[in-house]
Ligand binder design. Structure first.
Ligand SMILES: Nc1ncnc2c1ncn2[C@@H]1O[C@H](COP(=O)(O)OP(=O)(O)OP(=O)(O)O)[C@@H](O)[C@H]1O
Length: 258
């Protein structure tokens, strides 16, 4: 039996004035899978992420998460529904420890009152303890638990990206959106991250990523959609996409020449 759909994008269009950035885009991200969105620069990938996370609204079409429409919801409500994202440009608090960075990602989910915080009640202390333990666990999922007390500013670029994943996971999402997760990583960091993302999927999360590194995408994703000039030109398993003549011409052909 195939997995149920987590995210469903149907006939989505987006235009900015007369510029049609996306046209008739449809695809589905199944639960428990790693899904890739690829395409040449300017194809519209980031716009898709911005539509899913509520930074933009589609001009037409539907976007549903677990059967409910996301269109018109502000980003914070979409996070609460269970979608978290990382950004192409890393956004972490460099003057905070790794543990604190992850705990900041949780704060919406810690529901103790300002009075409880002020009086430092037992309930507040045990919530804080649980949060620390969870933050430590999430850091261990990306291999950073041994650096939990280090300042984020002292991390390598690759580790800063991983810290962003842990912080995104701190919102307890069902779907994790990764924007170019291996940008700036060296080959061995990429290999390790591939395994860590597989483990995250195997823990029951859906993963939806934009990535330019073909070897990484083809080796990791269960399915891939290919955007070109705002339209989906192919969708399928890595093998199906790799052998699709339109993809070879529009994207991989250029990559090979390069
Ligand atoms: N707010 C906006 N107003 C006008 N045009 C926009 C806006 N946002 C994006 N675009 C245009 O939409 C097109 C798609 O951009 P987008 O960033 O989604 O592509 P991308 O596939 O993510 O590219 P890259 O791989 O380079 O990050 C581009 O031509 C871009 O200039």
């Amino acid at each position: 039996m195939s997995d149920p759909t987590l995210l469903s994008i149907r006939n989505v269009g987006k235009h900015f004035g007369g510029l049609h950035v996306l046209q008739d885009v449809s695809f589905e991200v199944p639960a428990g899978s790693i899904y890739g969105l690829i395409g040449p620069n300017g194809a519209g990938k980031t716009t898709v992420f911005n539509l899913v996370t509520g930074l933009l609204e589609p001009s037409n079409g539907t976007i549903e998460f677990m059967g409910n429409s996301l269109v018109g919801l502000p980003p914070q409500r979409i996070t609460h529904r269970g979608i978290a994202r990382t950004f192409q440009n890393i956004r972490i608090f460099k003057e905070m420890s790794l543990l604190e960075n992850v705990m900041v990602g949780m704060h919406d989910h810690l529901n103790y009152s300002p009075a409880a915080i002020f009086f430092n009640t037992g309930a507040c202390r045990s919530a804080e303890k649980r949060a620390r333990e969870r933050a430590f666990e999430l850091l261990s999922w990306v291999g950073l638990e041994h650096k939990s007390d280090m300042l984020a500013d002292n991390l390598s670029y690759g580790d800063q990206r991983k810290l962003e994943f842990a912080r995104a996971l701190a919102t307890e999402p069902k779907l994790l959106l990764l924007d170019e997760p291996v940008a700036g990583m060296n080959p061995s960091e990429k290999t390790i991250l591939m395994e860590e993302i597989r483990n995250i999927r195997d823990r029951g999360y859906g993963v939806f990523m934009i990535e330019h590194d073909m070897r990484f995408v083809m080796g990791l994703c269960d399915r891939i959609a290919v955007l070109n000039f705002g339209r989906i030109i192919a969708e399928g398993t890595p093998d199906e996409v790799r052998n699709n003549p339109d993809v070879i011409e529009a994207y991989l052909g250029k990559e090979d020449e390069a």
